[in-house]
Structures are given as C-alpha cells and as structure tokens.
Design a protein around this ligand. Structure first.
Ligand code: NAP
Length: 301
C-alpha cells in the first residue's frame, strides 16, 4: 500500500483534532503535525497513536520545510487574525510548493466565502485574500477550500451564533429568515477534509459538502421536532437593521470583535448570499453526514 503523509497544522484545535483522528484511522495514511512548542502537550494522545510532531509555527520557514517534506497533502485548521490566515498560511503554502506537495487545504471550512461581498464577514475577507494570493501557486499545488456552510453543533448554533437559546426556548431572527443555507457538523467536516486530503484524483478549487440545507424556519422546525419543545421566535429587526447594528458596534469599538462577529455570521446565514455551489457529498459516499434534526435528536434539552 502506498502510504500518504498528511501534514496538519492546527491539530491542537477543535476541528484540527477531529481531522487528526480521522487521518489516523486511515490505513493508508501517516499523520504529521506542526505544533507550537508550548502546545505540544495538547497532542500527546495523537502522538501516542503514531502521529509525528514537528515543533514550529507558521512563518518559521525552517520548521515549515521539515513539516512539508515528503507530504502528499498539507492541511491547515488554524484560527487567527490576518497575520495567521493571510501571511501565516502563505508561508505554509510556499513551504508546500517548495516541497512538491500535491494538495493544500486552507483553513476555510465555512460558507462560500468566494461569493460573499467584501465586509460582510471579516474573517471570510481574510480567507478570500489568502485564496487570491494562492492563485499564483495553483499551477504547482492544488489548493482546495472545504466549504461546509455553518457548523450546526450547539457550541456554534446556540452559544456563538445564538440563533436558538434552548434555555429560554427562544429563536432570534433578523429579516424574514427565508434564505436557505448549509449546515454540517464539526465531525462530518473533519471526515470530508480527511477524505479530500487522501483523494488520489484532482478535486478542484472548492469541495462543497453539507449535512443539511435549511432556512431559519427550517432550523426552528427541526429543533421543535427533535426536542418536542416549542420555540418562541423573537424578531430583532430587518436585515437593514442588522447591517446598522453591526456598523454601530464596529464604530464604537472596532477591536471588540466578539461583539460584532457573531452578528456578521448571522448576517451571512440570513442573507443567503454565500450558499454553496452544487454539493460534492457523493464523491465520498461512505460519509453519511448528519442532518440538523438528526443532530438535535442526539442532544438533551
Ligand atoms: N463554519 C463554521 O461555523 C465555523 C465555526 C467555527 C470554526 N470554523 C473554522 O474552523 C477552522 C478551525 O477553527 P477551530 O475553532 O477548530 O480553531 P481553534 O480550536 O481555535 O484552534 C486553532 C488552531 O490554530 C493553531 N494556531 C494558531 N496560530 C498558529 C500559528 N501561528 N502557528 C501554528 N498554529 C497556530 C492553534 O495552535 P495552539 O494550540 O498552539 O494555539 C490551534 O491548533 C477555522 O478556519 C475556523 O474559522 C468554522
């Protein structure tokens, strides 16, 4: 069997750890991790399962060269500001190119950020800028963005986006809620990413995959059906009001991202401007992604 080396940066993070476990479960793959020295303890469980660790970080060219050498695919699951997403990932892509790596998967894992108008979701702007800079390398490295819509897990849907608050049994809406967008669990996104990392055939610039496609009212209905509990819908304003609210918060304190980023992601979902192109789930038919209702049915409310 031809063993492939999958080189993953961000393996200490939430999604990265799930991708790491998926890669380790494949018989034809070996996992290599780029880990910052202070974070090494977070991957002890992966090292115990055979993952190789290269200590270093984005921007550290020598470590990146050692990390990329001999790899089939470099996968990024990092999180951070433009220094990490644009500049840091650019240094990683250069190292991948120089090492003759076949494929590079950047840390996107979101809506179709290539369709979003600038300024709608700041972190998507940085990812689009990285994608544009990566164009210069695409003839040497296949750069594939995994696009999965929004994560549908409770930490994202309930705590971060606060679309539904199961405690008070309230769903929060801006606008009419009639735009359908895609939802995928963290776990399924990790499965598709590992499958893409190991894929022998060219994939293309994007890999759109999803567990479900629902509008706001579909989300509410899925919750009610799975939990047996009714939600009260609280309309917070129109989509124009949402734009205004975000602009107001940004003007008041631009550094306080946590105040307005969740609203930006709500805007991305509710406007439906960044829905995914035709899904490619069928490319990996052994992955049967979880729907929103199936996921809610596994939760206690
Ligand atoms: N679609 C959605 O709804 C959705 C929701 C959440 C996240 N996401 C996306 O999923 C991806 C992963 O997010 P996450 O929440 O799993 O991230 P996370 O848990 O915050 O982990 C971030 C990872 O990046 C690493 N990192 C940051 N800067 C680095 C650097 N300079 N050099 C090396 N490693 C560095 C961290 O390493 P240390 O351990 O050393 O800090 C950590 O492993 C991101 O692209 C994020 O935008 C999408």
């Amino acid at each position: 069997m031809n063993t492939k080396i999958i080189a993953l940066v961000g393996g200490t993070g939430h999604l990265g750890n799930l991708i790491a476990e998926e890669v380790l479960a494949q018989p034809d793959a070996r996992l290599r991790l780029l880990v910052r020295p202070a974070s090494r303890g977070k991957v002890a469980h992966l090292e115990a399962k055979g993952a190789q660790v290269v200590e270093g970080e984005l921007g550290a060219d020598e470590a990146l060269a050692a990390f990329a050498v001999g790899a089939t695919t470099v996968v990024s699951a990092v999180q951070g500001g433009p220094d990490v997403i644009i500049d840091g990932q650019a240094s990683l892509l250069r190292a991948a190119r120089d090492a003759g790596v076949r494929r590079f998967i950047p840390s996107d894992y979101t809506l179709d950020l290539f369709k979003l108008p600038p300024g709608q979701i700041l972190p998507s702007d940085w990812r689009r800028q990285f994608g544009e800079a990566a164009d210069a390398e695409r003839d040497q490295v296949e750069v594939v963005s995994v696009l999965n819509g929004s994560f549908l897990d409770r930490g994202v849907l309930f705590d971060w986006l606060r679309i539904i608050d199961p405690e008070t049994q309230t769903a929060y809406l801006w606008g009419e809620g009639e735009a359908a967008v895609e939802y995928t669990t963290w776990a399924d996104t990790a499965k598709y990413t590992a499958a893409a990392a190991l894929d022998d055939e060219p994939i293309g610039r994007v890999l759109p995959v999803a567990g479900d496609r629902l509008d706001f009212h579909g989300l509410v209905a899925a919750f009610e059906k799975a939990s047996g509990k009714r939600l009260r819908v609280e309309r917070r304003g129109s989509l124009a009001d949402l734009d205004e609210r975000i602009a107001e918060l940004m003007e008041r304190d631009p550094q306080n991202f946590l105040e307005y980023l969740p609203l930006m992601y709500n805007r991305g979902l509710l406007k439906g401007e960044a829905t995914l192109p035709p899904l490619m789930n069928d490319r990996y038919p052994w992955i049967q992604p979880t729907t929103v209702e199936q996921y809610f049915a596994t939760q206690k409310f």
